[in-house]
Every structure is written in structure tokens, then in C-alpha cells.
Design a protein around this ligand. Structure first.
Ligand SMILES: Cc1cc2nc3c(=O)[nH]c(=O)nc-3n(C[C@H](O)[C@H](O)[C@H](O)COP(=O)(O)OP(=O)(O)OC[C@H]3O[C@@H](n4cnc5c(N)ncnc54)[C@H](O)[C@@H]3O)c2cc1C
Ligand code: FES
Length: 305
């Protein structure tokens, strides 16, 4: 069991949970993830280890609520527990050992890029982070990333930081020169745009792919992606790959494969919630409603990372 020690709402649909997981906290490396199983009947879902504290025996998960499983996770309160967390999984980030790196994060991808910036700074690499959100309230992890170097914040509506996309700020840095490697994590269209931008500059660019994962052991094939014309499994050979070799169109197509099932699961959850509220209003016994959650799930927004 993994009790929740801290819970903080970071943006309208992103929550940070600090949970007990001493063994994982001790051995985790940048770029690695865990498979989280909330409890009986729940899906197993992959989440990046955004941070960890080996002394306190905790890891940090930053969760964007996009569907049933993530809504159930962010409904946990301090003291409640996740039944099972498997990991650390995936290959650690191949960090450069010197020079200058730029970490680009979009949305919840900003939290995924955080351990990479942390690992780079620990090796003495100069880190600049470029992070983006729709508007000020969607910007996360700015303070945390400032511990490792400069941070350029971009918002789509100009309500905070620089007006525009992360790619605008990245173009300026590339034009100025001296960038040795780029790490980009965010929604698929953002990673694809970063990849297209950096290609002509010839700057090595790594992206972390949010492929659909089921077993995360390389057995089921659910997370297969095409990289450099070859089929690879993101769970065991990734999740990070050379952006210039990734087939982003195929990845985007595969991410929509289960959309109707995901929508149905979310709708069922909402119906149960409405029934529970009606029962409470009528002072009916709640136990008969079979409710397994505590508050309404959020809607299904666009891409998860
Ligand atoms: C290596 C890796 C690291 C990730 N790290 C984070 C993270 O730190 N924070 C975060 O908020 N999200 C992260 N994700 C995405 C997260 O796993 C999905 O958002 C989550 O599984 C959605 O489940 P759901 O039931 O809430 O939504 P659903 O309604 O089931 O699905 C919503 C969308 O989430 C994606 N998704 C659904 N099931 C899976 C699955 N089993 N594996 C991967 N993607 C899925 C699909 O794109 C889908 O369209 C990561 C994904 C991967 C592969
Ligand atoms: S999740 Fe099954 S092979 Fe990667």
C-alpha cells in the first residue's frame, strides 16, 4: 500500500500527489515511470516519477485528469492509499555530461521534464527550461525548474510570461546558438513541432512518448511506436526517443484507438455520481449505490501530455 502524504492542486486539472514508495524513491532515475494501480477493478496506468525523496521515502506524481483512472487518482485525499505502484520502469534518460541543454515542457509534460532538468543540473550541465500553458493558471512547475537554471514561461494568450508557443522561445535560443541537446515533453503536436523546428539546426532532440501502455513489460505490444522505420516498444525501449526519427502521425492515430471505450468509462462514472447525489438528496442509503469515488470526474479534455 502507498499512502498519499501530500496533495496539491497545481492547475485547473493537474494535481500533485506525494506518495510513499521508499524503494522506488531510492533507485529512480530521470525519465523513468511507474505503473499505478489504484485498487481492485481499476486500470493500471503509467505515470512519470516527477520527483522523489529517498530520505522521506516518497515519490511525486503529477497527474492531469483526462479520464476515469486519472480522475479517480486525483480524488484521493491525504491518508488514503494506492494499492500498488510498480517501478521504476523504462530506460533512464541519456543525459549529456557537459554543455548546455534546453528542457521544453508543455502542460503536464512540464512535470515530466522536471527530473531530466534535475539530472542534468546534477551533472553540471547548464539548463534552460522553456515551459508553456494556455494561460497563467495552466503553468506548472516554474518554481521547481528555477532551481536548475533559467526558465522562460510562454502562454498562448500572453497572460503570463512571453506571449506565444514554446517553439517561438526555442527558435530564439537556437538562433543564438550554443545549444547541445533538447529534451521536449508535452502533447504530441507540441513534440512534433519541436522536432520539426530543431531538425534543420541539427541539434539532437529527445522526446518522451505517451504511448498507450498495458503491461509495461514489452509483452503486449500496446505501446509500439515507429522510430527510424523500426517498430519499438516504448515501455521497455523508451519512453524517450530521438525526436527526428519518431513517426508522430502514427503515434497520434494509435492514441485515439480506444477513445470510444474511454468516453464510455467516463460517462458511466458520471452517471454513478449523479445517482449517488440523487440518493443522498433523497436520504437513501449511499451504500446501495455502489459509489467508488468521492467527487465528480472532470470532462475529457484534449491530449493528455
Ligand atoms: C511513460 C508514460 C508516462 C506518463 N506520465 C504521465 C504523467 O506523469 N502525468 C499524467 O498526467 N499523465 C501521464 N501519462 C499519460 C497517462 O498515463 C494517461 O493520461 C492515463 O493513462 C489516462 O487514463 P484515464 O483512464 O484517466 O483516461 P482515458 O479516458 O482512459 O484516456 C485518455 C487518454 O489518455 C491516454 N491513455 C489512456 N490509457 C492509457 C494508458 N494505459 N497508457 C498511456 N496512455 C493512456 C490516451 O491518449 C487517451 O486518449 C503518461 C503516459 C506514459 C506512456
Ligand atoms: S505496454 Fe505492453 S509492450 Fe509496452
Amino acid at each position: 500500500m502507498h499512502p498519499v502524504r501530500e496533495k496539491v492542486q497545481l492547475s485547473p486539472n493537474v494535481t500533485r500527489l506525494v506518495v510513499e514508495a521508499p524503494r522506488i524513491a531510492e533507485i529512480r532515475q530521470p525519465g523513468q515511470f511507474v505503473i499505478v494501480h489504484l485498487g481492485p477493478g481499476a486500470e493500471r496506468i503509467p505515470l512519470t516519477i516527477a520527483d522523489g525523496d529517498a530520505v522521506a521515502g516518497t515519490i511525486t506524481l503529477v497527474i492531469q485528469s483526462v479520464g476515469k483512472s486519472t480522475a479517480d487518482l486525483v480524488a484521493l485525499e491525504v491518508g488514503q492509499a494506492i494499492i500498488d505502484i510498480a517501478g521504476p520502469l523504462g530506460r533512464p534518460t541519456e543525459l549529456i555530461g557537459s554543455g548546455r541543454a534546453v528542457c521544453v515542457g508543455g502542460g503536464v509534460g512540464t512535470a515530466v521534464v522536471h527530473p531530466i532538468a534535475q539530472g542534468l543540473a546534477a551533472r553540471g550541465v547548464a539548463v534552460t527550461s522553456i515551459i508553456g500553458g494556455r494561460s497563467r493558471e495552466w503553468v506548472i512547475f516554474e518554481e521547481e525548474l528555477r532551481r536548475y537554471g533559467d526558465v522562460v514561461v510562454c502562454t498562448d494568450d500572453g497572460s503570463y510570461g512571453r506571449h506565444g508557443f514554446v517553439t517561438d522561445a526555442l527558435r530564439d535560443l537556437l538562433d543564438a546558438g550554443g545549444v547541445d541537446e533538447i529534451y521536449a515533453v508535452g502533447p504530441v503536436p507540441m513534440m512534433r513541432a519541436v522536432s520539426e523546428l530543431t531538425r534543420p539546426y541539427g541539434v539532437p532532440t529527445m522526446v518522451s512518448l505517451n504511448a498507450i501502455m498495458v503491461d509495461a513489460t514489452g509483452m503486449c505490444g500496446g505501446c509500439r511506436v515507429s522510430v527510424g522505420g523500426k517498430t519499438v516498444y516504448a515501455c521497455v525501449e523508451g519512453p524517450e526517443f530521438d525526436a527526428h526519427k519518431v513517426d508522430f502521425r502514427e503515434l497520434a492515430d494509435r492514441l485515439t484507438t480506444y477513445r470510444s471505450f474511454e468516453q464510455a468509462a467516463l460517462e458511466r462514472q458520471q452517471q454513478v455520481h449523479v445517482a449517488k447525489m440523487a440518493a443522498l438528496a433523497a436520504e437513501a442509503p449511499v451504500g446501495e449505490m455502489g459509489a467508488d469515488f468521492m467527487r465528480p470526474p472532470t470532462g475529457l479534455p484534449e491530449a493528455s501530455r
